[in-house]
Write a protein that binds this ligand. Sequence first.
Ligand code: PEP
Ligand code: MG
Length: 544
Amino acid sequence: MERYKGVTVCEGVAIGPAYVMRANKEKTRFTEDDDDAVMSAPGRVQTELLRLERALEKTRVRMDKMVLDAGVKAGTDAAQIFLMHQLVLEGNEFRNLSRICIEEGRMDAIDAVTHTGEALASKFAEMEDDYMAARADDVRDIAREIITVLEEGDDEPITDEEPAVKDDYPYILVAGSLLPSDVIELERDRVQAIVTVNGSPTSHASILANMMDIPMVVSVPLNLEAIEDGTPIYVNADTGEIIIQPDVDFTEEAKKSTDPSKYELQRAIGMETKTRGGKHIDLYANIASVVDLKMALKNDAEGIGLYRSEFIFLDRPEPPSEDEQYSVYKKLLTVCKGKPLTIRTMDLGGDKRVSYLEMGDKRGLAFSLEHQELFRTQLRALIRASIHGELKIMYPYVTSAEEVMQANSLFGEVKWSMLSEVGSTNIPQGIMVETVKAVEQIDRLVDHAEFISIGTNDLTCDLYGIDRYERANPSIDDDYAKLFMTIRNVVRTAHKAGLKVSICGELAARRDYASRFLDTGADCISIAPSKVLLMRDHIINCCW
Ligand code: PEP
Ligand code: MG
């Protein structure tokens, strides 16, 4: 038995045979001297240019399918990732640089794409903006897809290795690192878990695994050469523990703690989310689309604690109109059928950038206040839609009480101006506490909000001074003690002021932290739709 420890991306426990993804898909080829002679043959440059153009077109068609697959398997956020790939593919830079490599660098098409992919990826990797830097892997992914197409055209197999894991057999995927297209191509029913040597929880590959609810652990110091396909592996993605070749007794014992089956989980539908000791908590879901919402309702979420509205503002040439927004919000409220829906106003700025506005350095509510016309339009659409259900709105990335006061008065003004159109409406307004500044001003903030939602993703980064897209560091050595202490203080202050507190953010979906979140006194946790039943089952059966 060899034990290893890594960083959790998506929880779950599994035991199964390894399938090791060798580095064959990541091969980097540059023009060898021999190729010069080949490339100088008459007409060869034209042939390579033609191969390149055909491969770009074929890849574009494949990407269309990936966008669709991603949407079906993992929702609209996932589809967005591949839409961004398409934008890079269709932009001129990739194509032009590859052509130059062929025409002037005398490279063949595969080398030209490899070289271009690496050059553009390095350009991204060096960018100061961490979000952009993390996009280097996306460019590599695109380059690899084109190379795959080129190699198929050459009738070269990508690999001559046959997986030792039988075709229809469930397996644990082990790899050096994964790119988004590796993950979206996986068959969810066969992949029990993913383990990678590199990677961070915020890479697009990890985000996809999370959306597809595949248990995943990254940053595990494995020697891939020493692991044969078919080797038994135990993955406890709740704790980050990996065991290669677990012994028989251990395996028998561990099998008992693997996740309940989907069938077993159905028993949690309709049950109250209450610990064995009688502590109740509301269990809501975070969503970004109607598809997510339907999954949340199917999994019996009691409401929606976070709808990230900014996604309808991204990747388009102009902002969505009031009518367009109204129809999205109305649809969500209608599908919700009376369950509470919390729509977060656009959290733009930071890593969420749009092409049609000057971005500056403001984020969240401060950004919205700086673009008041856009903000008013969103508020109008929300107020119009509110008659279709139980709408709450909340302001993101709050950094001061003054911002919230300003937002409240803007909201009041807009609402007043719509009185004859929609009548009087009651829409609770909350704030997200996800910055240290908000924590520091919580005494004042509670006087200007009707509920609080704590965003652990940003708050953790701000509290510990780490970057959201930084390589995972497993040793936040106080095991989030500072975070939980902060949450407890915020909950205490909010409760004193009569406000309820919800916790959203990925950490709230970790079952190994469920008891700690319950102990903070929070009234609600809001988590990914796919995790709702697992969490309810866990709270009912394992927490006090
Ligand atoms: C958070 O920061 O925890 C949060 C839920 O917001 P987002 O992940 O959208 O920044
Ligand atoms: Mg946030």
